[in-house]
Each structure stands twice: as C-alpha cells, then as structure tokens.
Design a protein around this ligand. Sequence first.
Ligand code: ZN
Length: 349
Amino acid sequence: MDLLLHDLVNIESLTGNEGRVAAHLADVLRARGFTVELLPIAPESPRANVYAYLGDKRPARCLLTTHIDTVPPFIPFSGPDAEGKVYGRGTCDAKGAAVAMISAAERLVAAEQVKAGDLALLFVVGEEVDGAGMKAASELGLRWENIVFGEPTESRLALGHKGILLLRLQAKGHACHSGYPHLGHSANHTMVIMLSDILKLEFPTDPLLGPSSVNLGTISGGEAPNILSPSATATVSIRVSCEFDAVKRATLGLVAQHPEVSYEIVAEYPPPNIQSAVPGFDTINVGFGTDIPFLKYHDGPGVRKYLYGPGSIFLAHTSNEHVALADLETCAKGYMQLVLHCMSTSPTP
Ligand SMILES: [Zn+2]
C-alpha cells in the first residue's frame, strides 16, 4: 500500500488538475484485474472520474468511493519516519483512503468473498471545491445499495455531518457626506444590523451532531470614513445539524425584512443521512463537509451510506499532512469488513 500511496501523492492533483492521477489510478486498477472506465465529468472535459468494477457488471451492490483531488499547495511524499508515518499532500485527504480501498477490494477478490456485481470503486475529482466529480457520478444512471465514502475519520465510522447554508448578501445604500447623514443611508449600517440579527437567531441542536453554527466569513463595504457607504457585502455560512428547512426559512425570512439587501444562495444541503451502527466499529462526530450530499438519487429506504477513512481531519489541509501506515492497514481491513457487513445484511426500510 505504501508504494501505491507514494506514487499517488507524488502526482500533483490540485482540484482541476486531476488528469494524471486519474490515468495512473486507471492503469493500477486494470493491472489488478478490474474493468476500468475513465468517465469525463462533462462532454470534452479533461477531468475524469475513475470507475472500476469486477467483470462486466457495471452496477454493484457496494461502492467504495473517495476523491483524488487535493487542496494546494502540492507537498511531495516523504517517509516513513521512525513512527511509521508518511507525509505529503493527500496522504490522509484522501489518497490514503483510496489506497486502503483498493487494497480491501483486492483482498476480497483474492479470498473470493466478492464476485462481479458485488463491488465497485469510484474515485472522483473536485471534492475540495464544488463536488463536480460526485455530481457527475450522480448522472451515470447507476444505483448502489451501499456506499462507503472515504475521508479522514481516524478509522472510525462517522455519525454524520452537518449540512450547509452559504449565503452571499449585498446591501445597497445611498452615499452622501457623513456630515449630512439625513441625505442618504448607509449600506454598512444596514448590513451590520442585519448580521447582528442573524447572530441572534436560535438554531437547533441535534443530539448526535451538536449545535448548528453561524460564521460571518467575510464582510466588506464603504468607501471612506466621511462617506455614507453606498454598498456592503457579506458571506454567511451556517453549518446546519438538523431541521435544515426551518433554519433556511428563518434566515431568509430575516433577510427579507431588509428590502435593501439582496441575497444569493451559494451552496445548500441538509445534513446527509449516514449509518454508523456496525458491530466492531467505533464512531466519531465530524465537523467537516463531504461530497456525500451531491450523490443524488441515493437517499431513502434501501440505501446505506457510511463515512470512514484513515488519518485525521486536523492534519488534512495542513503543511504537516500525514497518515500512519498502520492506519492504512486498519482501514483496509475496515473497508473489507464494511463490504462484508453490507453483503450479509439488508437495509431496514
Ligand atoms: Zn477530503
């Protein structure tokens, strides 16, 4: 596994530039006996997801999936150090998961525990920016009953993750000399009042995922100290742990009370439904988002989704990103166990 991880990490694959790593992964999977398709995410796009399966059975009961793009900057592979840790961009987010998934699939095939139609692997582009790869995979017309997503969860099953409501707000004012404020009105004042109202909203808490939370990520506006501000913008992101529709209604209702403010919804999805009760697995509460919500048509009864992978999210996106080789082995076994669990039980409707 460490050799494959070495190669994958050393192929730079910042979001948008996943072509070489996808081609390499396709070669690796073909050499291991899988049927492999490189699936462009749009007609003529050089960016392609990698889909691998057994024999000629394209649909499969179980899917192991993760992403092959990374955040910048590229950091080459190094290690292992004395503690068996390997370093570099993507080691834990999420090329380590990809390597553990491939190893799990190989071992299941070798032990004849899976056959054609049981298992497929999907490696997507674009998770770190907009989920473009997973959105494209939704349009393949394939349906999987069991889907295991790989992200750094410290080798534990995630209990779920929060949804998001991301708004871009724009307030319009009327500029004038600040010595005569009755002649205009300040977009900055409007924005500050509205944002402080948003901070006063009481958002629901989920018993598993904890409280929903608000972040006023960016605020800007105004031209000079002696001019009433003609315009102001802000972005507000709300991590929603439950009651997504109610949170959205309350927030947009408040915005609507200020006719001089317009809004754009930049991103929105409710907390995805994830399974976490599998014998033999510890669980973890995670605060990050994934591209699980972008896999459409896989909600509701008859479909189970899991989130599980090696490494820690606290190392992902840092200059110290690393994973322990022992954790890759733990997760390879964990992925095998999850596949076997899914094959031997059926989802409760
Ligand atoms: Zn990731």
